[in-house]
Design a protein around this ligand. Sequence first.
Ligand code: GLV
Length: 420
Amino acid sequence: SQGQTKSINHLQTDFSRNAPVLQRLDRSMSSVTVPPPACLLRPLEAPLRYLFGPGPSNVPPRVLAAGGRPIIGHLHPEMYGIMNDIKKGIQYAFQTENKMTISMSGSGHAAMECAVFNAVEPGESVLVAVNGIWGERVAEIAERMGELLLLFSKEDPYDSIESNDIFFAVEKHKPVLFFLTHGESSAGLCHPMDGIGDICRKHNCLFLVDTVASLGAAPIYMDKQSIDILYTGSQKALNAPPGTAPISFNERACQKMFNRKTKPVSYLFDMTHLSNYWGCDGKPARAYHHTGPVSGFFALRESLAILAETGLEESWRKHKEVSGYLQRGLEDLGLKLFIPERDLRLPSVTTIAIPEGYDWREMLVYIMKNHQMEMTGGLGPSIGMVMRIGLMGYNCEKTNADMALQALADALKNCKKTRG
Ligand code: GLV
């Protein structure tokens, strides 16, 4: 009847309030055998939390609002304008003039795979510095492509690697690519960069750097430091939602990747296509390659706009100041910082050794339950060794450091000692 048709239309536009009626109608009239899942007939729940772990970090309202703007087509001229703005923002954030500068549609891992898949051909050798999870992860990716060589610190698995050791390894093995993490978030280490690009250049090796956890928090100068390929993620100090990942290639990297004998194994991450999609290849028209995350790009543009307004130097200064303040507070609580050398500590993610006699999981659960605050344990090789506190971008404030310290003090008081 007409009444019934009307009520179905009504139900379709006001799904959640009328769900039980819809289910009744479904059972009697529908051809589907899998019913709508009950969980989806309840409203979305995403609690407000203090994201004081290694990322994602809280996203400022301005960036959230940008991501909530009406969608436009991924091939509309306005979208190309926004992508051009993003490119400029990344060039500023990376301190580079590379024209081959884009954002991946995907998290930092997408950029990591894009770099390796485009720069390396099957059978070529890749040298990877390992001092935490990110070196391990790139090794996982690179070993699918070519011959893998690992480089560790002689002193301690989480320490920075001496330039001399890098020099000898590059000279001896002649890799086509050397990978180093600037901000190793699993260890809380910020690796010195100066001089390494020159070593690579001298031996005709591309220098690939991961700044996912450090960009905007610690200085990096892509051009001045002779970095050939640099990438980051959106969800750390940039404070955009996870899902986009800036990456840039200089002329040397372009020479290598656009003169390959073989196609990169990934179509989605093939820079021949991505460079056209981002208008970096000098061709008059941009062709369809894939549908980029339109809302994610809106948000990324806004986060880069905030960084441009704040200024890189101010952003670096603030992360240094707040992380120093946090570190002093942690030491006052009797906690031990995992990276002993102050200058090597990552200003975005601070690692503390797990306090003697405590169960780190219990402490983290306690802090989440009683303070609605995320801190995390270690990641990959540092699991069971550290707890991590991240105060990045929008979250990088002394008042937040105070809150994190209070939460930790509370956990130290109220979590039972299970060992020692
Ligand atoms: C992720 O990036 C992490 O460090 O946990």
